[in-house]
Every structure is written in structure tokens, then in C-alpha cells.
Write a protein that binds this ligand. Structure first.
Ligand code: AMP
Ligand code: GLY
Length: 428
């Protein structure tokens, strides 16, 4: 098979690497890809949102299957467009992708189908939203822009003033454009967070191994929210009992709810969960693989990935037995100085070999480009240094030892990836 992966981050590099292991795969393309991905797939400079460009590419190169990885092209109907042209894809159509691209839709669906999530109200007007917040008098309160907002659309307001400023910024000043035409105002939940990715073809749902993201920029969960500064898998808070509860109360009800809404979901459904004192609740859904969750989940996959994604597209996932390595995996992100704010690009990365790798770990490239025989920084998150081990501690040791070998000016690395997971593991 010739497979095209759409996207350009660390997640896409991990997807490409895993597909490359499959004997079914004859040739891999990635559009637009990045410097590191170009070592594993032929990268073609077509923008991830360019539907006609992708169709031309597929036709020109006789590509058999397209894997749409990022949220924006899914929400914009890339899968609808390619499937209408007869090209099989991995990923949901636009209506199903609304589970991520409209928080209002996702919340209303959960409420209607009894799926546990935070209490909430939807507002179009800042005035009404603020009246509700004032009336409630419970802080912090969580305010979410309805649509996609580059991972920045969730604001946790600690007091009335912050809530007022946030509501004005989103609903009146249109800080997130049309993504902020409506907001969800919801109850603040507490508890450890767990990410669970699941394969589903709309009939069968197969959860992958769990993971834990580290969203804040600095050690000790300080600083701004980022796309994710590191991940570990498995997540010790996701016990077998919690997993069983999630399957029964969240995962299967979500698949059924999407079918009932005539939005059959096919692809990877991402459950962002919080294990609250009242049990697991949904914090968010994503309609795709997480980044950098994918970088710790896919290395543990032992079943042919290309077989699985084809089975999902053909709605025969029930025929496949999906196997995992018991070994833990850790990913430490090296980000540009200044991220998630503004940051420089084009800095030389030292310490990588000619394939963009280092010994003792796998380096997934997130924001890099090649120039001659050099790798240069080209994004906020630059590299995800990933390793497996017999224990989580060993996986982290391998990953951090590899991080030591790599450098670029201003590089930001959290030193405490996996710390919370290690501590929780010890408690048991
Ligand atoms: P999201 O962009 O939806 O992933 O949200 C970003 C982060 O905000 C989540 O990972 C949580 O840490 C936090 N968050 C979102 N909703 C809530 C909530 N209802 N209560 C507490 N924290 C939340
Ligand atoms: N790491 C969180 C996400 O992919 O949305």
C-alpha cells in the first residue's frame, strides 16, 4: 500500500514510524511533514488544509489510503472530500469531528446521553454568562470557547474579575474569532487527568494503553498551558477498575450516542478524562490522536498498525486483536525558548545524527526542518525524545539521558516528566 499521512508534528512522526514497520506498507508520504519525518517518508509541501492539493497528490502518486491526523483538516471535512472522490481514509468526517470542534455539541451530547461530565451552561452573550457566574459564586470557574482555538480556548478563571475579562475577550472582542461565538461555562473538577485514545469504527471500540500528558510549560505544573511538554504511558491512575468503569459509562455510551446522532465516528477517539472523587468524567473529547500522547502509545503497539487503520476504515475492527507491550514509555519534549508564547525559528540543533536521531532513544521531530545536512528548529515544540524501559523510571532515565546529548539555543525542557506517575505508582 501507498499511504499518505496528513500533518507535520511529533504525532505525525510517530504515526509514520509505526506505519513504516508494517509489511503492508510499500511507500509512505507525508504532507507537509517536517525535517525529521523526511527521513522516514517522502514529504510533499501540500498544506494540511488544502483539499484539492491533497486529492491531486493522491492521484499523481497513486496513493491508496490517507491518514488525516490533525484536528483542523478533520473539522474542515478533509475526510468527506477524499472519501467522496473514492479514497479510503483514517479519521472521522466533519460531522463526527464536531465532537472536538464544537464543545457545545459535545457537552449537549453528553448531557442527553447521560455521559458523566462537568455541570455546564451555554451562552452567546457575555452579559448573561457573567450574570450566571455571579449568581453561582463558585470559583474557580471554567470558561471554554466553543470551537477550535489552538489548544488555548479553555480558561480557568479564579475570580469574578477574571471571568468577566475572559467572557468579554471571547464573546465580544472575538479573541478566538468565530470559535468564540458561544462559550461553555462549567464547573471546575478536581482529580488526576488521564488520556485514553481508542480505535473505533463506529461499531467496535478498542481502547489503547493509557497515558498522562504534562500540559503546563514549567516544572511543578507551573506556567501557561501548552500543547503538551511530555507524556508517559501507562497512567497509574487508570486502574483496571477505572478502565472498566470508563468502558461502561463513557466509551461505549459515546460510540452509541454518536451513532444515535447520525454522526458515526470512525478513527481515533481521544478521551480526556478526570478521575474525580465521584468517578471518571469527560473533560474533553478529541477527534484524533493526541500529541504528545501518540509518541508514548504507538511505540507500545505490537499489532500491525496499517492493518488496524484499514480495518477501522472498512468497519471490521472486531476482526483484529490489538496487542500491546507491557513496557512503559516516556516522551520528553524539547521546546523553543519562549514557547507557548513567541519564539525564534531556524536555530541549529546539535547532537542529532544524520537521520535526526540519537542513540538510546527515538527522536520524534515536531518542529524541525532540514537545511543541507543540518536540522534547524521550526516550531514551538521541536523534538519529542522517547524511550521505553522495563520500568517507568528506566524509560525516563533513557529519555533524559538522550535529551542531554541534544542542544539548541534557548531549549526548554521540563525536568519532572513522569514524576507524578512515579509517585502514584509507589503509593500502590
Ligand atoms: P482542554 O483544552 O480541553 O484540554 O483543557 C485544558 C485543560 O484545562 C485540561 O487538561 C484540564 O487540566 C483543564 N480543564 C478543562 N476543563 C476543566 C474542568 N471542568 N475542571 C478542571 N479543569 C479543567
Ligand atoms: N496533548 C493534548 C492534545 O493532543 O490535545
Amino acid at each position: 500500500m501507498k499511504i499518505l499521512v496528513i500533518g507535520s508534528g511529533g504525532r505525525e512522526h510517530a504515526i509514520v514510524r509505526k506505519l513504516k514497520e508494517s509489511p503492508k506498507v510499500e511507500k509512505l508520504y507525508c504532507a507537509p511533514g517536517n525535517g525529521g519525518i523526511s527521513q522516514d517518508a517522502e514529504c510533499v509541501p501540500v498544506n494540511a488544509m488544502d483539499k484539492d492539493g491533497m486529492l491531486n497528490l493522491v492521484r499523481e502518486r497513486n496513493i491508496d489510503f490517507v491518514f488525516v491526523a490533525p484536528d483542523d483538516p478533520l473539522a474542515a471535512g478533509m475526510v468527506d472530500f477524499l472519501e467522496a472522490a473514492g479514497i479510503p481514509c483514517f479519521g472521522p468526517n466533519a460531522r463526527a469531528a464536531e465532537i472536538e470542534s464544537s464543545k457545545v455539541f459535545a457537552k449537549n451530547m453528553m448531557k442527553q446521553h447521560g455521559i458523566p461530565t462537568a455541570e455546564y451552561q451555554v451562552f452567546h452573550s457575555a452579559e448573561k454568562a457573567l450574570a450566571y457566574v455571579r449568581d453561582r459564586q463558585k470559583y474557580p470557574v471554567v470558561i471554554k470557547a466553543d470551537g477550535l482555538a489552538l489548544g488555548k480556548g479553555v480558561i480557568i478563571a479564579g475570580n469574578e474579575q477574571e471571568a468577566e475579562d475572559t467572557l468579554h475577550a471571547i464573546l465580544e472582542d472575538k479573541k478566538f474569532g468565530d470559535s468564540g461565538n458561544q462559550v461553555v461555562v462549567e464547573e471546575f473538577l478536581t482529580g488526576p487527568e488521564v488520556s485514553v485514545l481508542a480505535f473505533t469504527d463506529g461499531k467496535t471500540l478498542v481502547p489503547m494503553v493509557s497515558s498522562m500528558d504534562h500540559k503546563r510549560a514549567y516544572d511543578g505544573d507551573k506556567g501557561l498551558n501548552t500543547g503538551g511538554m511530555g507524556t508517559v504511558s501507562p497512567n497509574p491512575f487508570y486502574t483496571e477498575e477505572v478502565a472498566a468503569e470508563c468502558m461502561e459509562q463513557i466509551f461505549l455510551p459515546t460510540v452509541n450516542a454518536m451513532n444515535a446522532e447520525e454522526r458515526k465516528f470512525k478513527g481515533c477517539l481521544y478521551f480526556g478524562l478526570m478521575i474525580t472523587p465521584d468517578g471518571p468524567k469527560v473533560i474533553e473529547y478529541n477527534s484524533r490522536f493526541g500529541d504528545p500522547e501518540t509518541q508514548v502509545v504507538l511505540p507500545r503497539l505490537q499489532t500491525d498498525f496499517a492493518e488496524i487503520v484499514c480495518a477501522v476504515a472498512e468497519e471490521r475492527l472486531s476482526e483484529i486483536s490489538v496487542e500491546w507491550s507491557p513496557k512503559p514509555c516516556a516522551c520528553v519534549v524539547m521546546a523553543s525558548g519562549g514557547y507557548p508564547g513567541s519564539y525564534p525559528k531556524g536555530l541549529e540543533i546539535h547532537g542529532l545524527d544524520e537521520n535526526g536521531q540519537v542513540e538510546g532513544a527515538t527522536v520524534y521531530h515536531a518542529g524541525t526542518k532540514c537545511e543541507g545536512d543540518k536540522f534547524l528548529t521550526n516550531g514551538g515544540r521541536v523534538l519529542g525524545i522517547t524511550a521505553m524501559g522495563d520500568t517507568l523510571q528506566q524509560a525516563l532515565d533513557h529519555a533524559y539521558a538522550a535529551v542531554e546529548k541534544i542542544s539548541f539555543e534557548g531549549a526548554m525542557v521540563r525536568k519532572d516528566i513522569g514524576k507524578r506517575a512515579l509517585e502514584a505508582g509507589k503509593l500502590k
